[in-house]
Ligand binder design. Structure first.
Ligand code: 5GP
Ligand code: MG
Length: 178
C-alpha cells in the first residue's frame, strides 16, 4: 500500500477504521456499564479527540453532556509543555462525574495538568478514556481507566490526530515510517 505523505513525512497504516470502530463499541459498553445512571460530563480534549468523541458518545444510550477543553502549547515545545487551557465554567463541572476523552496519552503530563485544574472545580469524580496510550513513553503514572489501544513510540496521525495541521480527516490511523 502507498504510504501517506504529510509535509514530507511518511506514514503507514496502523489501525483501520473498522478496527477502531470495533474497539470503540467495546469501550462504549464498558463505560455505559459504569455511567448509565450518572449523567456524566464527557470532556473532549480539543482538537485531536473530536473524532473519537463523536464516535464514542453515539454508543451511549443514557443522559450525558458533552463539553470541550482546549490545551494550547507553544509549537516546538516538548510534549507536555502546556501554557493555556480554556476550561468549562466551574458551575458546569462542580458536583458532576467527569470523563476526560483524549486522543492519545504519551508522557501523560498534559492529562496530569488537566486533572489538577479540573479538581479545583470540585467534580464528584474524574476518569479518563483515551483512544491510544503509549505505555513506554509515560513519564508519570496516570490512571487511564478506559483505553482503546496500547501502541509503540511511533508518531501517529489520522482519525482526528494531526501532523502540523494535516491528517485529521484520514479515517484510519497511520504511524510514521522512520
Ligand atoms: P502527553 O502530554 O501525554 O505527552 O501528550 C499528549 C498530547 O500530545 C496528545 O493529546 C496529542 O495532542 C499529542 N501527541 C502525543 N503523541 C502523539 C502522536 O503520536 N501523534 C499526534 N498527532 N499527537 C501526539
Ligand atoms: Mg490531545
Amino acid at each position: 500500500m502507498e504510504p501517506v505523505i504529510l509535509h514530507n513525512r511518511r506514514f503507514e497504516l496502523m489501525l483501520t477504521a473498522e478496527e477502531i470502530s470495533g474497539r470503540i463499541r467495546q469501550m462504549g459498553a464498558e463505560i455505559s456499564a459504569s455511567y448509565a445512571s450518572k449523567n456524566p460530563v464527557l470532556l473532549c480534549v480539543l482538537k485531536g479527540a473530536f473524532v473519537f468523541t463523536a464516535d464514542l458518545i453515539r454508543q451511549f444510550h443514557f443522559p450525558c453532556e458533552v463539553m470541550f477543553v482546549q490545551l494550547q502549547s507553544y509549537s516546538g515545545s516538548r510534549s507536555g509543555g502546556k501554557v493555556h487551557m480554556h476550561l468549562p465554567l466551574s458551575g458546569q463541572i462542580s458536583g458532576r462525574h467527569i470523563i476526560i476523552l483524549e486522543d492519545i496519552a504519551e508522557t501523560g503530563l498534559s492529562l496530569i495538568h488537566l486533572i489538577a485544574e479540573l479538581e479545583k472545580l470540585n467534580p464528584l469524580s474524574i476518569q479518563i478514556a483515551s483512544l491510544l496510550v503509549k505505555p513506554s513513553m509515560m513519564q508519570q503514572p496516570v490512571d487511564i481507566r478506559f483505553r482503546g489501544f496500547e501502541i509503540g513510540e511511533a508518531f501517529v496521525v489520522g482519525y482526528g490526530l494531526d501532523y502540523d495541521g494535516l491528517g485529521r480527516n484520514l479515517p484510519d490511523l497511520y504511524a510514521e515510517i522512520t
